[in-house]
Design a protein around this ligand. Sequence first.
Ligand code: FAD
Length: 476
Amino acid sequence: MSDTDKTAPVLWWVRRDLRLSDNAALLAACATGASVIPVFLCDDLIDGLGAAPKWRFGLGIAALQTRLRALGSELILRRGPALEGLRALCAETGAQAVHWSRAYDPAQVARDTEVKAGLKSDGIDGQSHGGHLLIEPWTVETGTGGFYKVYTPFWKSVRTREMHVPRPQPKAIPAPDQWPESDSLATWDLGAAMNRGAEVVAPHLAVGEEGARDRLDRFIEDRVAAYGTARDIPGIEGTSRLSENLTYGEISPATCWQAGQRALHDGKPGAEIFLKELVWREFAYHLVWHTPRLLDRNWREDWDGFPWRDDNPEAEAWRQGRTGIRFVDAAMREMYVTGTMHNRGRMIVASYLTKHLMTHWRVGQLWFEDCLVDWDPASNAMGWQWAAGSGPDAAPYFRVFNPDTQLDKFDRDQSYQRRFIAEGQGSPEPDALSFFAAVPRSWGLSPNHPYPDPIVALDAGRKRALDAYQARKDAA
Ligand code: FAD
């Protein structure tokens, strides 16, 4: 800081809020009237991300950097434990306050609690702000004062809430006289583990705040009206694809919510279902906040004795999109090619792994965590426990999806399977071929190989799962 600078700067600690608009932490920092130093810290939690989300996070950081530079600001990058990084920056710049967007999963909560206490002991004001969610998880209570374990009553209790109106980005982000030193993003090499996949997945992304806004606008304009039925058809682009942006905070859920509300008032019938889906995301965080074990243990403890299998060769075939079950393979390949998977595909592959293959949902959860550019800790865990039957508001275990009949119903024109399965096609579609370019060479896959026979016959797999379920019930 220069001698003439009377006001100490404040830090905006950027995390999963890679946006300038509707960002309470940034607005609070700007409202102090001081200069604002945006900072991103690559700590263990960032380093420990799976290959695809870590790479995608890096792209989002670069996009925010560009936006900030256009406003005469910067994004300072530092590596190491968050508290150490913030302390160092406060010492270097004289900053007396740090603002950030609140997180809700236990790992981030533990880190943030430590940071807040550490800053306080240094006399620095650390303030967290809402915005990653529409609804703070502790503000929704059942009639008896507990938390919700079932989605529908949760939805009913929040649907008429007054959600905040998104706030515009600050007119200016005052810059300090001098910027502290910053790492270069390239040296972090966040895409290191993406190997061949990055090039294939990149064209399917919409990175940054502008990409997110554009996605929302196009969805509301072109697709939300028919969303109620189109959202179930994996062969068409019937959904918003905003999960990729919401998870890095490139758009706020309030912005999506208000756009959905406007569409509803404009008489677009699918809009209410879109709002409901946004609330599924809220529900996932509500559950994680109240029962963090959702993330890594059976939510229903009585499932602990179920004979799930650990990782196994059939699960490896599942990962490789080589089960011989077309819906499962198409969906697993979709994830490899696009970095995301249609919701129906996620339900099918999760059901197949945990039921037909009797494999523990953690095996699948961790694979998704590595491969999804829209990976979200709460939605992923809730989705897996829903499919496995071990979650709070779960699909009953005895209801086993039949991937073949699901395919007949939801991929009538076969466009989804054709798009992602090359084997047996005279001239395979580009995405079907891209899969072979994206997967590790060590898998030894080629579009010229014959399409595999089913690794487990659907009837036999279903029976095995139901027998195990019955045995567990009898034992109980
Ligand atoms: P849209 O249909 O356009 O819905 C709008 C938004 O609502 C989504 O962007 C998302 O934020 C939210 N939403 C929709 N469905 C759900 C749902 N079932 N649960 C929670 N939120 C929802 N979603 C993730 O964001 N990250 C994950 O890691 C993830 N893992 C999943 C794993 C499994 C096994 C299952 C069954 C579901 C998982 N989901 C996950 C939920 C859902 O599949 C995705 O949110 C959805 O497919 C994203 O596509 P979209 O943005 O086009 O959704």
